[in-house]
Design a protein around this ligand. Structure first.
Ligand SMILES: N[C@@H](CCC(=O)N[C@@H](CS)C(=O)NCC(=O)O)C(=O)O
Length: 201
């Protein structure tokens, strides 16, 4: 399998999952501006949406959309505990939180990356994101991970997007539960390896 990624982007989430699951893979970096990969290939011919992550399977099929990719990977190693069994009610709980991370938190951060956004637009985006972080903080209070004591693909994704707070001047210290959660996930050996692979800490 090959993971198409961009440093510190949401593609870090499937990289963490690949490593936690112990699955063999290669990785190819994408320049999101030029849509070229490091080998010079046209990334739009891999993923016509132009976004990372994309996962190229050994049979040539390409799977896109982070939440679908991480569930696919977890299902390759069902005993890893990275996702509840497909068909179980708990699996729908996982999808529920993955969808929230994707549509509300990930895309809540996105406007904050726009350096030329007017200050009032940035404030609106920040206020919106703060509400989502308040909710997550309540969900995680007294819990190790999103689904309880077991680390799942949802944690790989949430960790990845919460890390962006440092890049866009969101003061995560306002949410001590989330700060502690990021530190806890960041201590996992495979998460450290994934960060290291992208030259991150
Ligand atoms: N819906 C996609 C969104 C992926 C996404 O937003 N990727 C960003 C990096 S975190 C990206 O590639 N942005 C550049 C672009 O869309 O052109 C998913 O969940 O995988």
């Amino acid at each position: 399998m090959k993971l198409y990624f961009s440093t510190a982007a949401c593609s870090l989430s499937p990289r963490i999952v690949l490593m936690e699951a112990g699955l063999p893979f290669t990785a190819e970096k994408v320049d999101l501006k030029s849509k070229k990969t490091t080998s010079g290939a046209d990334y739009l011919s891999v993923n016509s949406k132009g976004a990372v992550p994309a996962l190229e399977l050994d049979d040539g099929q390409v799977l896109t959309e982070g939440p679908a990719i991480v569930q696919y990977l977890a299902d390759l190693e069902p005993d890893s505990g990275l996702a509840p069994r497909a068909g179980s009610f708990e699996r729908y709980r996982l999808m529920e939180i993955l969808n929230f991370i994707s549509s509300e938190v990930h895309k809540g951060f996105s406007p904050l990356f726009k350096r030329d956004a007017p200050a009032d637009a940035r404030q609106i985006a920040m206020d919106n994101l703060a509400k989502k972080l308040d909710w997550l903080s309540m969900q995680l209070a007294g819990k190790k991970f999103l689904m309880g004591d077991t680390f799942t693909v949802a944690d790989a994704y949430l960790f990845t997007v919460l890390r962006w707070s440092g890049l866009v001047q969101v003061d995560l210290a306002k949410w001590p539960v989330l700060t502690a959660y990021v530190a806890r996930v960041g201590e996992r050996p495979k998460v450290k390896e994934a960060l290291h692979a992208e030259g991150l800490k």
